[in-house]
Design a binder for this molecule. Structure first.
Ligand code: HBI
Ligand code: FE
Length: 285
């Protein structure tokens, strides 16, 4: 998440984009994409929010091989006016927000190797396209992502970027949503991971806590392991409404006074849907 020090590669444009160069993917890479796709899409029915499956369908992501962004963008553009653009890797926060605010989603163009099939640090094309892009075909989630980008551009003035980054983390990357009496996955970091898509819903270890914007922005997160807490939204409509109707300036001011919360904290006022045992986290180095 710290990106102050990344330098723009010379092949990238001023906005950090690069051509996808779809023709350069090897047969092995297309085959690995197919394997990842089959493995993840098989475990998602009944676990992921229906809007995600609808997005896979609208965008025809089940077509074999790594998606060609030009073709993907025709479908995505028709659905919500969003567009996927390729970048070499992590981009600086302001660049990231500027793209989101203009309904462009930056995606890595490289694919993980077989040795990294279950874990890699940088977002590759499978995480970015399989994980994030299906929900960009959902009109409400699409508006939320744009609102997040606009909020990100504003947050710089308040020096509150790392607080706002938590909102992205605990919603866009690792969010859960209510569905009837049940919970469903929607975060891209979960749905693109075989192990976390089981852990986040079924494991007794993590807390599952009702979404509360201020509470969430006080909560530290782990970047290197399963989350210790998942925040549960009521719906995309509610998430969007809270994000656009809230004036973040007084929230940021209040956050400066409030202390940060540990990733496993449970505090008075939390709507605890599941009090985690934290057994998994305690067994880790
Ligand atoms: N760059 N390519 C890329 N992908 C991201 O998800 C990303 C980024 N730069 C910054 C960033 N995310 C963060 O600022 C957000 O997670 C808040
Ligand atoms: Fe991501």
């Amino acid at each position: 998440m710290k990106s102050a020090a990344i330098a723009r590669p010379t092949e990238a444009a001023a906005d950090w984009t690069v051509p996808q160069e779809w023709r350069r993917y090897s047969a092995d890479e297309h085959a690995l994409w197919d394997e990842l796709f089959a493995r993840q899409s098989a475990m998602l029915p009944g676990r992921v929010t229906p809007a995600f499956l609808k997005g896979l369908d609208i965008l025809r992501l089940s077509k074999p091989g790594i998606p060609d962004f030009d073709e993907l963008n025709e479908r995505l553009g028709k659905a919500t006016g969003w567009k996927v653009v390729a970048v070499p890797g992590l981009v600086p926060d302001d660049v990231f927000f500027e793209h989101l605010a203009n309904r462009r989603f930056v995606a890595g163009r490289f694919l993980r190797t077989r040795a990294q099939i279950d874990y890699l640090q940088e977002p590759d094309i499978f995480h970015d396209v399989f994980g994030h892009v299906p929900l960009l075909a959902d009109p409400v989630f699409a508006d939320y992502m744009q609102a997040y980008g606009e909020g990100g551009l504003r947050s710089a003035r308040f020096g509150a970027l790392h607080k706002l980054a938590r909102l992205y983390w605990y919603t866009v990357e690792f969010g859960l949503v209510r569905a009837g009496g049940d919970l469903r996955l929607y975060g891209a970091g979960i749905v693109s991971s075989r192990t976390e898509s089981l852990f986040a819903l079924d494991d007794p270890s993590p807390n599952r806590i009702g979404f509360d914007l201020m509470r969430l922005m006080r909560t530290q997160y782990r970047i290197d392991d399963f989350q210790q807490t998942y925040f549960v939204i009521d719906s995309f409509e509610d998430l969007l409404r809270q994000t656009v109707e809230t004036d973040f300036a007084p929230l940021y001011a209040a956050l400066e006074q409030a202390c940060d919360l540990a990733p496993d904290a449970v505090i008075a006022g939390d709507e605890v849907l599941w009090r985690g045992t934290q057994a998994y986290a305690r067994g880790r180095p």
